[in-house]
Design a protein around this ligand. Structure first.
Ligand SMILES: Nc1nc2c(ncn2[C@@H]2O[C@H](COP(=O)(O)OP(=O)(O)OP(=O)(O)O)[C@@H](O)[C@H]2O)c(=O)[nH]1
Ligand SMILES: [Mg+2]
Length: 326
């Protein structure tokens, strides 16, 4: 495969080249990894277009797919090009994976200004995440104005998506009671905008109450340097009736503009690059333990530890010494 040529076609915004490039970065074959790394490097040198990367998280059924379809259609109607990617924490999750969802996002998937890419099926979140991050960079190089990265909110996936996004949006459903739906504090602290969805019909007043509760909770959080006055904020939307989406987009743009002017936008991307560097190193070290010769040595030393012939600490030091040398 001619990597330089593939890169040029991605830069020209060719969808088939983009799809092919994403397949390349998703491959775990060593030769593909090397080509993918070259491709990403080439593109990072040649491309200076910046998309707004929007991470979107929410529990199953909250309306992520419906929101992405409505919100995406609104953006393409404004002449913007929209890419949709997903980070799936598990390959076996029930409910709609974004692939099954292509049917649900029927209008958007037929829109020539939209590009929808299902999540790579892999059980290891870290592996999927690293590749999705590269897929984001590819979409950006292909000239998409907005890249939406969806994740269902379980485990570590929100953190991973927040680390590849300029904006992190939390989608919530109207709560029955007055409890804060058990959204973890750590997740709240990552959110730039909370959208309480389904603010329509019978659910409207519950949505408004829930929104007020979350607005209150957000005000209690420690102020972050990357936020202007009034952010992070909570608002109601109806993905189904397409209400409040224009306002949500306006607020997202205002936040991005402010962060760009204040240097937080570039600053955050720089921090994220460091985060992913650390992740790659950690992942690489762990991968060494799964390969020979270290794999066999781990087993042999493990057996000796079990028999009491060597202490866990000294055995671990032996492995660490080998890692240092390899
Ligand atoms: N009333 C109302 N229902 C909605 C709204 N948005 C989504 N729904 C409904 O909620 C259900 C779940 O919507 P989805 O968009 O599939 O939710 P999701 O978050 O993608 O769900 P998973 O993919 O399973 O995680 C569907 O029956 C939607 O029609 C809304 O704004 N108002
Ligand atoms: Mg869905």
């Amino acid at each position: 495969m001619d990597i330089a040529q593939l890169g040029d076609r991605v830069l020209a915004g060719e969808r088939r080249a983009l799809a092919r490039a994403i397949t390349l970065v998703e491959s775990s074959r060593a030769d593909h990894r090397a080509q993918a790394a070259q491709l990403i490097l080439d593109l990072s040198r040649k491309n200076d277009a910046q998309a707004i990367r929007i991470g979107l998280s929410g529990t199953p059924g909250v309306g992520k797919s419906t929101f992405i379809e409505s919100f995406g259609m609104m953006l393409t109607a404004q002449g913007l090009r929209v890419a949709v990617l997903a980070v799936d924490p598990s390959s076996t999750r029930s409910g709609g994976s974004i692939l099954g969802d292509k049917t649900r996002m029927e209008r958007l998937s037929r829109d020539p200004n939209a590009f929808i890419r299902p999540s790579p099926s892999q059980s290891h979140l870290g592996g999927v995440a690293r590749r999705t991050r590269e897929a984001v960079a590819l979409c950006e190089a292909a000239g998409f104005d907005v890249v939406l990265i969806e994740t269902v909110g379980v485990g570590q996936s929100e953190t991973v998506v927040a680390e590849m996004s300029d904006l992190f949006i939390l989608l919530l459903a109207p709560a029955g009671g007055d409890e804060l739906q058990g959204v973890k504090r750590g997740i709240m602290e990552m959110a730039d905008i909370i959208l309480v969805n389904k603010a329509d019909g019978d659910l409207k007043s519950a949505a408004m109450r829930t929104c007020a509760d979350y607005a209150g909770a957000l005000r209690l959080l420690r102020k972050r340097p990357q936020d202007p006055e009034g952010y992070p904020r909570a608002m109601t939307v109806s993905a189904l009736e397409e209400n409040g989406l224009d306002k949500a987009w306006e607020d997202m743009q205002a936040l991005v503009t402010w962060r760009r002017e204040m240097g937080h936008f570039a600053g955050r991307r720089a921090e994220q690059a460091q985060y992913w560097f650390g992740e790659e190193v950690r992942h690489g070290l762990l991968a060494q333990l799964e390969r020979e010769p270290l794999k066999g040595m781990m087993q042999a030393l493990g057996a000796r530890v079990a028999k009491g012939e060597v202490t866990p600490t000294i055995a671990a030091d032996e492995i660490m010494a080998l890692l240092g040398r390899s």
